[in-house]
Design a protein around this ligand. Structure first.
Ligand code: B1M
Length: 218
């Protein structure tokens, strides 16, 4: 078994100390932080999701796996941030929508956005439309990013879009969305400005939106 396979297995088994140790070891031996994410940590959570779906895993096992994944991400995050752009790229507010407690993917998006030089205000999970609007008014971000992992909560994004329009906050603000049950079509249907499939794509999308707005106002 390779180190990456051992890390993946450790996350599936929820063995946090082992995952931390193996992650640190792999990085010391030259593994690329993003390869660790893409080839060990994220595939591990997909296996956990599948076992949850088939009834082999229940919430306690999933929480242990999530804890192991988060511990590895804490080790990886400073390395991703080292490549951070010098000039701030723009300001972003992000949160997981109301009723949804999933934050691992959202936290990964935060890391990639910060790595791309954005100043990110993370509102956390279970964020109501009112709270999103309040934060947009207060912080005047370039972009609002929303995450949802449940088919039952993705509809909350439409509620946030309506609340933003009702509050007159939509003119200068770009809205991007992501999360496993979403699609580009869903993003278009709720009049979001973009959809990103994963954290790397979210950072690219955000950079593109800010750059095109700067070009339009130059
Ligand atoms: Co939940 N859960 N969960 N869960 N959970 C899923 C999502 C599920 C698919 C599992 C399954 O049944 N196979 C299923 C949803 C089914 C559906 O709606 N279609 C599910 C369910 C049903 C539930 C509960 C209802 C279970 C219950 O209580 N009976 C419950 C709901 C709680 C709530 O939120 N109200 C629940 C609870 C939990 C835990 C709390 C135990 C835990 C969350 C811990 C935490 O996040 N702190 C948990 C977990 C861990 C999962 C799975 C196993 C893993 C999610 C994850 O972290 N993936 C998940 C199954 C799965 O996804 N395979 C599952 C890794 C992460 C890196 O990927 O989050 O997809 P992901 O993020 C990706 C992209 O989606 C994208 O970028 C990231 C990767 O780069 N992305 C964005 C995400 N947000 C973005 C925002 C952007 C752009 C891209 O902005 C622009």
């Amino acid at each position: 078994m390779t180190d990456l396979e051992r890390i993946k297995q450790g996350v599936i088994e929820g063995d946090m100390p082992r995952v931390k140790e193996l992650t640190a070891k792999a990085l010391t031996e030259g593994a690329a932080p993003l390869a660790l994410l893409r080839r060990a940590l994220i595939p591990a959570m997909n296996v956990v999701g599948e076992r949850m779906r088939t009834g082999e895993f229940f919430v306690p096992e999933v929480l242990l796996a999530a804890r192991a994944m988060k511990a590895a991400m804490e080790i990886i995050k400073p390395l991703v941030l080292e490549s951070r752009a010098y000039e701030p790229t723009g300001r972003i507010i992000i949160g997981t929508v109301q009723g949804d407690m999933h934050d691992i993917g959202k936290n990964l998006v935060v890391t990639m956005l910060e790595g791309a030089g954005f100043e990110v205000a993370d509102l956390g999970v279970d964020v109501s439309p009112e709270r999103f609007v309040e934060a947009v008014r207060e912080k005047k971000p370039d972009i609002l990013a929303m995450s949802a992992l449940l088919t039952t909560t993705m509809g909350q994004m439409a509620a946030v879009m309506k609340a933003l329009s009702d509050a007159g906050c939509r003119q200068r603000l770009k809205v991007i969305v992501g999360g496993a049950p979403l699609s580009p079509r869903f993003a278009r249907d709720i009049s979001a400005d973009g959809y990103a499939e994963d954290a790397g794509a979210a950072a690219e999308l955000a950079k593109g939106l800010v750059a095109s707005r700067r070009a339009a106002t130059a």
